[in-house]
Ligand binder design. Sequence first.
Ligand code: FE
Ligand code: FE
Ligand code: ZN
Length: 280
Amino acid sequence: MLTLGCHLSSADGFAAMGQTAVNIGANTFAYFTRNPRGGSVKDLDPEDVAGLRDVMDEHGFGTLVAHAPYTLNMASAKPYVREFALKAMQEDLARLEWMPPAHYNFHPGSHVGQGIDEGIGLIAEGLNAVIVPGQRTRVLLETMSGKGSEVGGTFEQIARIIDGVDHDEVLGVCLDTCHVSDAGYDIVNDLDGVLDEFDHVIGLDRLLALHVNDSKNPCGSHKDRHERIGEGTLGLGTFTSIVNEPRLQGLPMILETPNDLAGYTAEIAMLRGMADNEGE
Ligand code: FE
Ligand code: FE
Ligand code: ZN
């Protein structure tokens, strides 16, 4: 059975997200740990967290994927921007230790003209500052489309960040299908070859989650505009391959497509229908 879900709003709390996930046929979900601006968060409500735990146990959920605000930038040239990113990530990670199992994924950052080497160095430095040895939550670097001065648009850049981190056993990777295609990896015609390359450069044991999105733009466009499954340049065939790919089995697969809940319900049902071993 696929571990499949979508990004949900956390406005009504954790237990409500769990129930919404069940209602739409999901057995995992993603959510922003705080609003996209990266502002402060409410205190955790133990009852709400326990409610989510109950829903997850009852319905056999897989690992959740908590998403850091995408505005955080550990690679910024401005020290206060970097400090804010580190503080927010430290707080998020401390909270996640009290939550049901969840990975924490983040966008590596943008070097904003300082150059890729400086960007990679700052991100590794930041991760060394926020990781607590022995922490349970895995921190996932998201593969990016390489737009603007984004770091993480190639597997090599991700591998170099991981190389610079002392407690790299905490790290993993979240592969976003729209982003890797926009970055120039041809998963339409050669998913196998792209996974081989990922294995060679990063190691498939690092791959801990997928963002499942079609793309509005062609391979190598460096754009990052998500499209509904089957309506973009990746197409249904690519997603049929993905949900049946042995090397991707068991990973949480998260939809971040432009949809309302009805749209997500339909996409989840469609993807489950395309998977050969669904229901087993
Ligand atoms: Fe993301
Ligand atoms: Fe993503
Ligand atoms: Zn994106």
